[in-house]
Design a protein around this ligand. Structure first.
Ligand code: URA
Length: 432
């Protein structure tokens, strides 16, 4: 199973188990062995567990990142205002659908490669796929041409860093996902393979985030920036709160509608504020405009309709018809969830609401589950809002009544009504 001179895989595991480091060449070999199935899953899983427990140095993380990035197709963009963004995942997180066209309307070029949602957070590809006719499977040539001609494209990253999919599936099955260096290598490898010279990371923390603790999210943001720089890319992170859902819509078609409304300047405020912050950093990294100049450009392109027109142009370039916004699928039935008592909403748990939407069919538990693009949750009242007993807080939009009981339970469990709420946080920091 190994060549004459090659260290047996078992010895790599033993070294990591005992707290040692693998060389860059050894990490490349680990990835190559995973890709060619020369190493059985149990050995790869043992190595990942040893890495999880014993840690991975910055040099090892850089080597693993590069090896994962090199395991598939790698794009490259020439010098110019190219910039990509990445979210660690949230609930109602439409920032990509807002910030990407908004930044492109200001002159940035945005090649955005995204994933499908898995687990409780949604994926941009699933959201875009809710638009009738839209394709997210763009061949590399078409993707690059669209970025040049339209200014932005959002496509599925399926051919990028395929080794990461192998690693991620094993990490998921062996409770080793939450290792910071493994997360950094996983996220960064896909971004590097996407080829942009600059990235804005939207790193979330809070109940609905992949990493709930603020300090750990902050450390992840710093490591993502350092890792990007180690690979010659520019990067900034916006640290944002995901305690309650972002905006008022959870569910794929509902979120597309919400993104379009935000790009027409209709709000909601939290979606616009966070998208503005991310787009501002994108413009600065792309060299289009910084600070106040960038903010003025973003404001004028929102108010004059250019930001919405850019979304419209992008989705039509990817197959949507002229009336796509009116053709978004809608669920057949609604049910309201009301306040159990009068008071102030003190908590609206984003993760529980994601489970409610998933119970209705908005997200997949397993990779090959089929999602219903029309279903989801509308949030009428957010943290800090005063409510009367019996007042509507949420609406569940559903097609299959058999799914309603579980969704109703999750939704009710998300709401806490008390006497006074602490102010809701949103943008916690911008880390450069
Ligand atoms: N997102 C990724 O792409 N990879 C991880 O490991 C965790 C979150």
């Amino acid at each position: 199973m190994f060549s004459f001179m090659e260290t047996p895989f078992r010895e790599l595991i033993a070294r990591k188990r005992d707290g040692g480091a693998l060389t860059p060449a050894e990490w490349h070999r680990v990835v190559a062995d995973a890709m060619s199935a020369r190493v059985p899953d149990y050995q790869l899983a043992a190595l990942l567990m040893a890495a999880y427990i014993r840690g991975v140095t910055a040099e090892e993380t850089a080597a693993l990142t590069a090896a994962l990035a090199a395991s598939g197709e790698q794009l490259a963009f020439p010098d110019g205002p190219y910039v990509d963004k990445h979210s660690t995942g949230g609930v109602g997180d439409v920032v990509t659908l807002v910030a990407v066209p908004w930044a492109a309307a200001c002159g940035a070029r945005v090649p955005k490669l995204s994933g499908r949602g898995l687990g409780h957070t949604g994926g941009t590809i699933d959201k875009l796929s809710a638009i009738p006719g839209v394709t997210t499977k763009l061949p590399v040539r078409a993707f690059k041409d669209q970025v040049e001609e339209v200014g932005c494209a959002i496509a599925e990253a399926s051919a990028l860093a395929p080794a990461d999919k192998i690693f991620y599936a094993l990490r998921d099955a062996t409770a080793t996902v939450s290792s910071r260096p493994l997360i950094v290598a996983s996220i960064l490898s896909k971004k590097l393979a996407g080829g942009a010279p600059a990235f804005v990371f939207d790193v979330k923390c809070g109940a609905g985030a992949f990493i709930p603790e603020e300090e750990e999210a902050r450390a992840l943001a710093a490591d993502l920036i350092a890792g990007a720089r180690a690979h010659g890319r520019r990067a900034v992170a916006v640290l944002s709160a995901m305690d309650q859902p972002l905006g008022n819509s959870i569910g794929n078609a509902l979120e597309v509608g919400a993104a379009a409304a935000a790009l027409r300047g209709e709000g909601p405020a939290d979606v616009l504020d966070l998208s503005f912050a991310v787009a501002r950093e994108m413009l600065a990294l792309a060299g289009v405009a910084s600070g106040r100049a960038g903010e003025r450009l973003l404001t004028s392109q929102l108010l004059n309709g250019a930001a919405f027109a850019q979304l419209d142009e992008m989705v039509r370039a990817q197959g949507a018809g002229e009336g796509w916004l009116d053709e978004l699928p809608r669920a057949e039935y609604d049910e309201d969830i009301t306040a159990p008592r009068a008071g102030v909403i003190t908590r609206l748990d984003a993760r529980a609401l994601a489970h409610a939407a998933a119970a209705l069919g908005a997200a997949r538990e397993a990779v090959d589950d089929v999602i219903d693009p029309a279903v989801g949750v509308t949030v009428h009242k957010k943290v800090g809002a005063a409510v009367a007993a019996g007042e509507k807080i949420l609406t569940l939009h559903y097609n299959d009544a058999r799914r309603l009981a579980a969704a109703r339970e999750w939704a009710a469990s998300a709401i806490v009504v008390g006497d006074a709420a602490a102010p809701a946080r949103l943008i916690i920091d911008v880390i450069r």
